[in-house]
Design a protein around this ligand. Structure first.
Ligand SMILES: [Zn+2]
Ligand SMILES: [Zn+2]
Length: 301
């Protein structure tokens, strides 16, 4: 018999890990751009263009990681029906002695990546949309060119990969909870074993703001669930500096007394009172303006 059969959850967790690794790879490149403050001195944009040209190889690894993520996530869907569907069907290709001894699933040749969508759409109750098939085919072709030839001719645009990752997630996993799963990944991945996870909220606030700045308002609503044009406030629970504003009034009304944070997921009660230093009127329980960050302390005489 075949032993060590993978489960749907095994594939899903691996797929999510690769999806996040791909996302992190692109974000790392954006982080260096911010750290270098290139925007302040690159007047004609030539250094930024040169940077993205030189970053094609790390971007190529983001494409291969994303392709791997797609493969695992589709395999997870097929595995919900049966893991045996993933084994290449010709018995001639099965390991020798498979009918006389137990052999691990990993020893078997599995179906080709190009057939995965067809298999999923044949055996699964819910078919994958045509838009995903187009995305996966494009990724598969790019990935083959990138891994099989030194000069692939493929030019990778960082924003395009980010959108492909977010679309893949919404097609294969869930249509609306990227923000939550990304928070879980950042809070529980290998780095948090050796580092504290204290810095995660502020890093994640930077990441969300950075990606949102590259997306249209409708894409931000679709992938992150908030309106890009709505006024953002400092989250009292996240403890980040005022440059990171990732909390929104919920509901978005003049008398609303609750802030909902995209980064930490917390809802915090707020006081509606005018700030002495800016036009804001949302203060924390300790009278700190959540728009400008100034304490509106009550002076005791
Ligand atoms: Zn927060
Ligand atoms: Zn203020």
């Amino acid at each position: 018999m075949i032993i060590d059969l993978p489960t749907s959850l095994d594939f899903k967790l691996s797929g999510l890990c690769y999806l996040n690794l791909s996302f992190s790879r692109v974000l790392r490149l954006l982080w260096h751009l911010d750290e270098s403050k290139v925007q302040a001195w690159d007047d004609d944009g030539s250094a930024t263009s040169e940077y993205w040209e030189a970053a094609q190889e790390p971007l190529a690894t983001a494409v291969t990681l994303l392709h791997q993520a797609c493969e695992f996530l589709i395999k997870g869907l097929i595995c919900e029906v049966s893991p045996y569907l993933l084994i290449f069907q010709s018995p001639n290709s099965w390991p020798s002695g498979c009918s006389t001894k137990n052999i691990s699933f990993s020893e078997y040749r599995t179906v080709d990546a190009q057939d995965l969508v067809k298999i999923a759409n044949t055996v699964c109750e819910k078919r994958l949309p045509e838009k995903f098939f187009t995305l996966f085919e494009r990724l598969r072709r790019d990935r083959n060119k990138l891994t099989h030839t030194a000069k692939s001719g493929v030019v990778i645009i960082h924003v395009d990969i980010l959108k492909d990752i977010l679309n893949t997630y919404s097609f294969l996993v869930h249509s609306a909870d990227w923000v939550e799963q990304r928070r879980n990944y950042l809070s529980n991945n290998y780095e948090t074993i050796v580092y504290s996870s204290d810095h995660i909220n502020c890093y994640y606030a930077w990441e969300l703001q950075k990606v949102a700045s590259l997306l249209s308002p409708s894409e931000v609503k679709k992938f992150f669930g908030y309106y890009k044009k709505q006024r953002a406030y400092i989250c009292p629970a996240c403890d980040c500096t005022e440059e990171f504003k990732v909390a929104y009034l919920k509901p978005n009304k003049p008398d609303s007394v609750s802030l909902s944070c995209i980064v930490c997921g917390e809802s915090t009660p707020v006081i509606r009172k005018s700030c002495k230093y800016c036009k804001g009127n949302v203060l924390s329980k300790s009278n700190v303006c959540l728009l400008c960050g100034s304490p509106n302390e009550i002076l005791k005489l």
